[in-house]
Write a protein that binds this ligand. Structure first.
Ligand SMILES: Nc1nc2c(ncn2[C@@H]2O[C@H](COP(=O)(O)OP(=O)(O)OP(=O)(O)O)[C@@H](O)[C@H]2O)c(=O)[nH]1
Ligand SMILES: [Mg+2]
Length: 304
């Protein structure tokens, strides 16, 4: 982990602006909690990408939240659309007004979690397919320099998942978004947590999508099973495949078929962090107590 940290610190030395690409549906969970520290006060542009899939009201809250941070600008966009993506160039020039011209080209690094759309944004900016893209994490393998204008260079980087303070919900949100490799999580567990969140924040939307009777009360498990039944995810013998149902829910969330949904708000994020800090303190206290018991049992006098 330390080597990643060192690599980032080393990498940003010749960089004027760091673009952090975030997923607009989970702007906090998709962020790097150490980025500000690692980039040592370099101007930052937060790009909330995939805004076409996110809840516009929540995106507005996040833009305000990030805009309030020092030396930071934030924009929300659809990385596949050329015109809005050009706002990135303007924002970078504003953030580093002393750079520009052939002698002092503006050097911009794009970083972010896997599958968030870094290469897509670069292609929209370049006006051609300069970087490989794809709907799975881990497409970009090596850093690549793309010349956007004679005085504007962009560096595409492979997606990275960051070390994070253990906010449990962030892990689920990242998995739901498609940033995590398929073998690293359980589809059913992630889909159940997703359904619980949707039921809380967007009541009725899941029922509408899958044509479930909204007047029937259901647990999350029952809701997943009902979706499976409705969509024909049935195993030989008539049992419902919860695995298939989970895949359907995750696919529909990722493609936007469930509607424009954001999994977190700035208030959620502050609360989750506070809860995680309390849990961490409890774990720390338990560890300390255990160590004390071990220590005192060692120092007991021998029998006899
Ligand atoms: N709906 C939507 N899809 C997007 C957007 N931007 C990118 N995508 C899609 O998201 C997927 C991932 O895009 P990439 O550009 O390959 O992502 P990346 O961040 O470079 O990923 P890695 O190289 O794996 O780290 C592709 O299928 C894109 O078409 C967007 O704004 N909206
Ligand atoms: Mg890429």
């Amino acid at each position: 982990m330390n080597s990643t940290k060192k690599a980032i610190i080393e990498r940003v030395k010749g960089i004027d602006v760091v673009i952090e690409m975030l997923d607009a549906r989970l702007p906090a969970s998709s962020g790097n909690p150490l980025l500000a520290e690692l980039t040592r006060g370099k101007p930052a542009l937060k790009v909330l990408n995939k805004q076409d899939l996110a809840d516009p009201q929540r995106t507005a809250l996040w833009l305000q939240y990030f805009g309030d941070q020092p030396a930071t600008q934030a924009v929300a966009l659809d990385g596949r659309a050329t015109a809005p993506v050009h706002r990135i160039v303007e924002a970078c020039r504003e953030l580093a007004p002393l750079r520009g011209g052939m002698v002092k080209p503006l050097r911009v690094l794009i970083c972010g979690i896997p599958n968030v759309g870094k290469s897509t944004v670069i292609n929209s900016l370049a006006g051609r397919v300069a970087a490989k893209t794809g709907d799975e994490p881990g497409i970009t393998k090596l850093e690549q320099k793309i010349v956007i204008a004679s005085d504007f260079y962009l560096f595409d980087t492979p997606g990275m998942l960051w070390p994070r303070i253990v906010v449990e919900q962030s892990g689920y949100n990242l998995a739901a978004s498609g940033a995590v490799g398929r073998n690293a999580y359980d589809d059913e567990e992630v889909a159940l947590v997703l359904l619980a969140g949707l039921h809380r924040d967007y009541p009725g939307q899941v029922e509408q999508r899958y044509k479930l009777d909204p007047s029937v009360p259901r647990t999350d498990d029952e809701r997943l099973a009902a979706i499976g039944r409705q969509r024909g995810a049935v195993l030989p013998g008539g049992r419902i495949s919860l695995q298939k149902a989970a895949e359907i829910v995750l696919h529909d969330f990722r493609s936007g078929s469930l509607g424009r949904i954001s999994l977190e708000t700035p208030d959620d994020w502050l609360r989750w962090q506070a809860e995680a800090a309390v849990k961490e303190a409890e774990r720390e206290a338990a560890r300390a107590a255990k160590a004390k018991v071990r220590h005192s049992s060692r120092s007991l006098p021998e029998d006899g």
